[in-house]
Ligand binder design. Sequence first.
Ligand code: NZQ
Ligand code: ZN
Length: 392
Amino acid sequence: MLNFEYYTPTKVVFGKETEKRAGELAKAFGASKVLVHYGGGSAKKSGLLDRVCDSLAEAGLPYVLLGGVVPNPRLGLVKEGIELCKKEGVDFLLAVGGGSVIDSAKAIGYGLYHNCDPWLFYDRKATATGCTPIGAIPTIAAAGSEMSDSSVITNEDGWLKRGYSSDYSRCRFAIMNPELTCSLPPYQTSCGCTDILMHTMERYFSHEKHTELTDSIGEALMRTVMHNAHVLMEDPQNYDARAEIMWAGSLSHNGLTGCGTAGDWASHQIEHELGGMFDVAHGAGLAAVWGSWARYVYQEEPEKFAHFAIHVMGVPADSGTTEETALAGIRAMEDFFRSINMPVSLSELGVHPTDDQIREMAQKCVFFGQRTVGGFKVLHAEDIEKIYRMAL
Ligand code: NZQ
Ligand code: ZN
């Protein structure tokens, strides 16, 4: 087991009608004027935005609104948000929506705190020393941004999608009402379940030994998500299944499932370039590339993939050699993705990159030769090109 730090400062308030506590919580965390940040309209349509604003008003907190965050959130709106907050004297950011909204709020928080262009952080030109405080009311179980230290922003100039991680951006509180996710279209529910699984798999596929507890937590989490994703396919309004998945989403990305492991993260980096260039939904993009990544890297440690096959995917332990069991596990995960209508190739994702585009994505992925990606197998640009081609 590797040395690790585990830091989860976010206060979680979980359950039905908890959004009514938004004002009380923002006030408790020092807000005197709030930016309510939201997306393309789902929070407005469902009435959630009104309930949140009522709660702020009841707590005596003035607020301003900024909607319009799109999936793969853009730097342009982040900058607009920073200017609005400066003009209005905002000192607390409340993100009401999906991971894209929470990430957009985090980027606003960096820019506001440092009074600078927040792209400096995402472009690795500066290191954050703070962030305006943020609270989150997630409406989709997916990115786990409500408890993570990460955010991912797309710069329209060059369509670069870049992540930045810092504990300063961790939300002060997360209000999680599973009922809020009942209005999700089935495709978004499946994208979210895929992302949650991937946040666990990225940490699980790692070469460290003696991570029995961490691995077992991850295995239980993955089995829980797959089981409840199937429940939701039949019964999208099932509160208990929504609750299991929502809690799994947060635990999957707050560090718990990676304690003592180095993690891999190549699939995420490979997907981020698809998101930047083709604007695909993050979860669907992950499903489309994971099988190709897995087949490209599993020989680094077939035993780990075989363990995954048996303990997560339910592949019988006596189903052949270690390699055969490993490959059966990869096929089983792809079958699961298909069963929730997720794509398992780029063409199923609706993306048909040219050779030039594949080269460009691979180069962007390694920051034009400045880094490699992946821990389970270290990948260079030529490896990433091969994985994109395998995924076609
Ligand atoms: O904009 P609205 O109208 O709200 O519609 C959204 C959006 O179209 C819709 N939606 C959300 N909640 C809904 C709803 N529709 C109906 N009812 C609801 N209750 O769902 C669509 C997707 O929303 P988005 O916020 O983009 O989804 P998600 O949470 O999957 O976030 C994806 C973004 O997070 C990044 C991804 O790269 C991507 O940009 N990630 C962030 C991470 C982090 N901060 O830790 C880690 C992840 O690995 C990921 O990279
Ligand atoms: Zn993700």
